[in-house]
Design a protein. Structure first.
Length: 121
């Protein structure tokens, strides 16, 4: 299995949140995880950062932010140059899809949890 270095944007320390579940499953499946959220904390041994840090060699950014909150991260994500961005349910954003595609970044409108559980991640 290959390690797909993943940024979880919109990470939460609340166990009922999908971002929490995604971090947990990504770690269980051996992927490197960088978690960025509103509040510091820890999920599955991963520290949640509240500031955007320079990133390199990122395979996937998985979004858990609504389209309005995503705007603050457009440039950050594009400059990170991930291979793909996953738009989880509720994060769909056609405006951002166009920007990503224009920068050669794959857009995946999918659910990270489903991709992981069906080994399609």
């Amino acid at each position: 299995m290959s390690n797909k270095k993943t940024v979880v944007l919109g990470a939460s320390i609340k166990p009922n949140r999908y971002s929490f579940m995604a971090i947990t499953q990504l770690v269980e499946k051996g992927h490197s995880v960088i978690a960025i959220g509103q509040n510091v904390g820890e999920v599955a041994g991963i520290n949640i950062r509240t500031k955007s840090i320079p990133l390199a060699n990122i395979h996937t950014v998985t979004l858990y932010l609504n389209p309005t909150r995503q705007r603050d991260y457009y440039n950050y994500i594009i400059e990170t140059k991930p291979k793909r961005v996953i738009f989880n349910p509720g994060t769909e954003n056609p405006e951002f899809y166009q920007l990503l595609k224009a920068n050669g970044i794959k857009v995946d409108v999918a659910c990270t949890l489903v991709l992981l559980s069906t080994n399609q991640y």
